[in-house]
Write a protein that binds this ligand. Structure first.
Ligand SMILES: Cc1cc2nc3c(=O)[nH]c(=O)nc-3n(C[C@H](O)[C@H](O)[C@H](O)COP(=O)(O)OP(=O)(O)OC[C@H]3O[C@@H](n4cnc5c(N)ncnc54)[C@H](O)[C@@H]3O)c2cc1C
Length: 414
């Protein structure tokens, strides 16, 4: 990892000390306007969440002329309000989806080194109160062991060895331990990828709300409320706005379900308390290398009329800081029963994230049939998937190949 001030996680400041590997490969790849088999030289990426940022980074690293647009700014939506656990678990089916996630975990090691952002590789522990859910987990663990996943059901002794500060009630408690999982600060990672893309020559336009995408005789015209751009191809990585974009290009299908909210609490840095991502019935939490603890809740918002009216606007924050603190304290109170030291935590921020969940739960990636100048990238688990999606999207766009690994994730299945 390069020299980087971890205190900058929440400020939006960019990473310093980029490695040589982040230097643009423009000279190596770009040999004129017909340099790529796909004849794509200029690309507009709509959305500077982690998915758009990773695609912009990978394209720009290959010397492609990239314009990255966002109606707010980097990590303004889901990627700035995510739990950010990097994993491939028993839950991820079919096998091709599990494999894609596994490839992305591997890709994280390369990308984090290249771009210079930290990943906390502490593994994960997952356990539940309900016996039937525990059985589902242990059956699932056996299934993915057969895929070679480094995961085991472990008992109290191993849990205590892994996490001396973790209290799990019940003497015969078992947990699923996956040793290769990690976690990031998703906002910081996204901003780092954007700043690396800029170092590689990408142009960013924030805020710029894209309102029309028009096919022209040669290429595409992207119209935003600030400027219009002529490009060879448009990447749509618009998170929860995927359906509006699908309509704008006349795709003829929605991409995602109505998004659901989740609250994410970030504490100020604490002494090292836990190493693993911990996920259980009523809470989940992990601790970053800089000491900050990230917590999420499992209960969901109450379905009162007042709540529903407020949530209809899809806010990323509570209407008042008092209310935000009240909810954050409630979430910490639950987690405190597993790590009593959380009682001393100070709350740094509380965010509300909206999950972009495709209609059948699986990612939508690639060019729609008959739309060669459009590339879709819509997914939940975008934190886990961003590295591999960025890498493979750049290959499909610039090398003109169809990557087999993505064949189960094309839009035509919806
Ligand atoms: C509470 C919560 C917990 C989660 N936990 C995990 C987890 O543990 N692990 C995991 O892998 N994933 C997790 N996810 C999912 C993950 O965060 C998302 O899949 C990922 O952040 C999506 O990234 P994205 O870039 O596609 O979308 P976003 O980050 O939402 O970015 C989309 C961007 O597009 C911009 N945009 C939209 N429309 C336009 C337009 N017309 N013009 C210009 N810009 C536009 C928006 O402003 C936004 O910045 C979680 C999500 C939430 C909400």
């Amino acid at each position: 990892m390069t020299t980087m001030d971890r205190r900058d996680f929440l400020t939006g400041a960019t990473a310093t000390g980029l490695t040589a590997a982040t230097a643009p490969l423009r000279a190596a790849f770009s040999t004129g306007s017909q340099s790529y088999p796909g004849n794509v030289n200029r690309v507009a990426v709509i959305g500077a969440g982690i998915v758009g940022a990773s695609i912009a980074y990978n394209l720009s690293k290959r010397g492609c002329d990239v314009i990255l647009l966002d109606k707010q700014g980097p990590a303004a939506q889901a990627s700035g309000n995510s739990f950010a656990w990097i994993n491939a678990t028993y839950f991820d089916m079919p096998r091709s989806y599990f494999d894609l996630r596994t490839h992305s975990i591997n890709e994280y090691h390369r990308l984090s080194r290249d771009a210079g952002f930290p990943v906390h590789w502490g593994g994960s522990l997952e356990w539940y109160d309900a016996a039937n859910t525990q059985k589902e987990v242990s059956d699932g663990v056996r299934r993915i062991q057969a895929y070679g996943a480094p995961t085991w059901m472990v008992g109290a002794d191993k849990i205590a060895e892994l996490e001396p500060n973790l209290v799990i009630p019940g003497d015969d408690r078992m947990a699923a331990w996956c040793s290769r999982d990690g976690a990031i600060h998703a906002g910081y990672t996204t901003r780092t990828l954007v700043s690396c893309a800029v170092q590689n020559g990408a142009t960013t336009v924030f805020p710029a709300n894209v309102n029309r995408i028009i096919e022209q005789p040669a290429g595409m015209l992207v119209q935003s409320d600030v400027e219009s751009f002529e490009v060879d191809l448009v990447v749509i990585a618009a998170g929860i706005d995927a359906n509006a974009m699908a309509e704008a290009i006349g795709l003829g299908t929605d991409l995602i379900r109505p998004p659901t909210p989740g609250i994410i609490v970030t504490t100020r840095p604490m002494e090292p308390l836990i190493n693993s991502v911990c996920y259980t019935t009523d809470t989940h939490f992990h601790q970053l290398d800089d000491g900050r603890v990230i917590l999420g809740e499992k209960t969901g918002a109450p379905g009162t009329e007042q709540h529903l009216a407020y949530l209809a606007e899809r806010p990323n924050a509570y209407p008042s800081s008092e209310l935000a603190m009240q909810h954050a304290k409630r979430i910490i109170e639950v987690a405190k029963k597993y790590v009593p030291q959380f009682a001393d935590s100070e709350i740094e921020s509380v965010g509300v994230g909206w999950r972009p969940l495709p209609l059948d739960g699986l990612p939508v990636i690639g060019r729609p049939k008959n739309m060669p100048a459009i590339y879709l990238a819509s997914m939940h688990s975008g934190i886990t998937l961003a590295p591999i999606v960025g890498h493979l999207a750049a290959m499909e766009i610039l090398d003109g190949v169809t990557v087999d690994l993505l064949s189960d994730f094309r839009v035509e299945r919806l």
